[in-house]
Ligand binder design. Structure first.
Ligand SMILES: CC(C)(COP(=O)(O)OP(=O)(O)OC[C@H]1O[C@@H](n2cnc3c(N)ncnc32)[C@H](O)[C@@H]1OP(=O)(O)O)[C@@H](O)C(=O)NCCC(=O)NCCS
Length: 318
């Protein structure tokens, strides 16, 4: 069995930036409240032409370039998104067409904020078993289209963007393990109804019982990072970087504390990006790889948690 390793990463963000001060003018909130409770200072919001397809394709091209590969080298394309441009074809098919990628396996997965780690896990299995060579995994969201701009408990949190990773085979170490889970019993704590199925629902926007989500996220993420370490017989002191889902700075701080890591070893983009769901981990990963913080050979831990609930982790020798 081969291992899979990260060959290249890419990112794409909408041009428009909305700051907390912009929200102060529209809803009853303050910059201070948002920063203290979430760590978010600003977020990128897509215009009508910045679709999931366009953002995803743009991040994918940069990841391919970083990997030194062309579109014909890719033999599987996985898109994690809760905000596809169409019911079908999948966003993966739309991005495939946009990038002119010949016939390959291409599909979307819906696992909300856990989606990118799910995609990474699926791609890893295909590469390890030799069924696929180079797999493109994209996490992309245009969550602003699902925001209730009158609900101050959610509209300040969620945002838009795309991150992409190319995974390929290696004889050396790469992805050491991935761990993915879901528990549908929590479906009512964080959800968005489908307006096609329930046109009269009051919940055709993101709905969240934030405080309950917060507590479960902290507990679950602690358990899953423990599991990843135990599985690989690795001590927490060996981890160089934590690349967490960027939902809330306080959830991230709690996970870092549990790992005994200083915040200097945590890749943080929540202040600039807000919560971009399945795009948040690959966006953070790309930033820290491109600015030279994450170096080849280092040990990195990815984790995510989101609606479903879904959650997962990946321990990676970069
Ligand atoms: C959403 C979140 C930031 C709210 O913070 P919180 O400390 O839990 O706040 P609460 O929801 O308990 O609300 C506390 C008060 O702040 C108010 N509030 C909520 N949003 C506000 C805002 N944007 N500005 C000012 N006040 C706000 C509430 O109305 C409430 O007021 P009340 O006490 O008068 O009823 C936090 O719960 C959170 O981050 N949850 C998890 C998010 C997450 O991880 N989501 C998805 C996983 S992908």
């Amino acid at each position: 069995m081969k291992n899979s390793k990260i060959l290249g990463t890419g990112a794409s963000l909408p041009e428009k930036i909305v700051t907390n001060f912009d929200f102060e003018k529209k809803i009853e909130t303050t910059n201070q409240w948002i920063v203290e409770r979430t760590g978010i200072e600003q977020r990128h919001i897509a215009n009508n032409s910045e679709t999931a397809t366009k953002l995803g394709a743009s991040a994918a091209l940069k990841a391919l370039q970083a990997a030194g590969l062309s579109v014909t080298d890719i033999d599987m394309l996985i898109v994690a998104t809760a905000t596809p441009d169409k019911v079908f074809p999948s966003t993966a098919c739309l991005i495939q067409e946009e990038l002119d990628i010949p016939a390959i396996a291409a599909f979307d997965i819906t696992a909300a904020c856990g989606g990118f780690v799910y995609g990474l896990s699926i791609a890893d299995q295909f590469i390890k078993t030799g069924h696929k060579q180079n797999v493109l995994i994209i996490g992309v969201e245009v969550l602003s289209r699902l925001a209730d701009w009158t609900d101050r408990g959610t509209c300040i949190l969620f945002a838009d963007g795309a991150g992409a990773v190319v995974l390929g085979p290696t004889e050396e170490q790469g992805i050491l393990s991935t761990h993915i889970y879901a528990d549908g019993r929590y479906k009512d704590l964080l959800f968005c109804d489908n307006p096609l199925a329930t046109p009269d629902s009051d919940n055709n926007f993101i709905r969240m019982r934030g405080n309950e989500v917060f507590k479960i996220a902290v507990k679950t993420l602690s358990n899953i990072v423990d599991e990843a370490l135990k599985h690989n017989h690795i001590d927490k002191s060996e981890i160089d970087w934590l690349v967490p889902h960027q939902a809330n700075i306080r959830i991230i701080q709690a996970t870092a504390k549990k790992l005994g890591m200083s915040m200097e070893q945590v890749v943080l983009t929540v202040a600039k990006h807000g919560n971009t769901s399945s795009a948040s981990v690959p966006l953070a990963l790309d930033e820290a790889i491109r600015d030279g913080r994450i170096k080849r050979g280092q040990l990195i831990l990815l984790e995510a948690f989101g609606g479903g609930f879904t959650w997962g982790s990946a321990l990676i020798r970069y």
